[in-house]
Ligand binder design. Structure first.
Ligand code: OFO
Length: 170
């Protein structure tokens, strides 16, 4: 069993991960709308991973004999001024998620719940990759920002840079 405090925090993190899915789906839709199909595909892969994160948390809550408490998912934005603005927003969001996971791991320790603390190691490691991956795209977009041909080439290449469905953290 989980303490009420840890259970509430884990349920809240499910909502954070579902919001990540929602936000990245909105970005994928936006990229599709502005005919950046490569970015749309890349962002859909990212969104799928977020569902995986939410499911991993829900499996854990269930395995510990506790109830999952799904809350409403807030609405994300539906448009961004530029590809750079969208991916910068994604990077900022990943930094927010890293802080959420760290706070959650600290809470589990404070509650003496080493099982949950150990479970969260996967997420701590995953966030290293998540931040780095999105930051790379931010930097590349800064290089090509005023170059339509650069953006076109980047859109062509980015979908292939990340095959659908893969979570890579151990
Ligand atoms: Fe993007 O890592 Fe989950 O939210």
């Amino acid at each position: 069993m989980l303490s009420d405090t840890v259970l509430k925090a884990l349920n809240h993190q499910v909502n954070e991960e579902m919001y990540s899915w929602y936000a990245y789906t909105a970005m994928a839709n936006h990229f599709d709308h502005v005919a950046l199909k490569g970015f749309a595909a890349w962002m859909r892969t990212q969104a799928q991973e977020e569902l995986g994160h939410a499911n991993r948390l829900m499996d854990y809550i269930r395995d510990r004999g506790c109830a999952i408490d799904l809350q409403a998912i807030k609405a994300p934005p539906s448009a961004w001024d530029s590809p750079l603005a969208a991916i910068e927003a994604a990077y900022k969001h990943e930094c927010h998620i890293s802080k959420c996971i760290n706070d959650l791991a600290n809470l589990a320790s404070k509650e003496g719940d080493q099982t949950t603390h150990t479970f969260l190691h996967w997420f701590i490691n995953e966030q290293i990759e998540e931040e780095a991956l999105v930051d790379d795209v931010v930097q590349q977009l800064r290089y090509v920002q005023d170059s339509p041909s650069g953006l076109f080439m980047m859109d062509r290449d980015i979908a292939a840079s990340r095959p659908a469905g893969g979570e890579t953290a151990a």
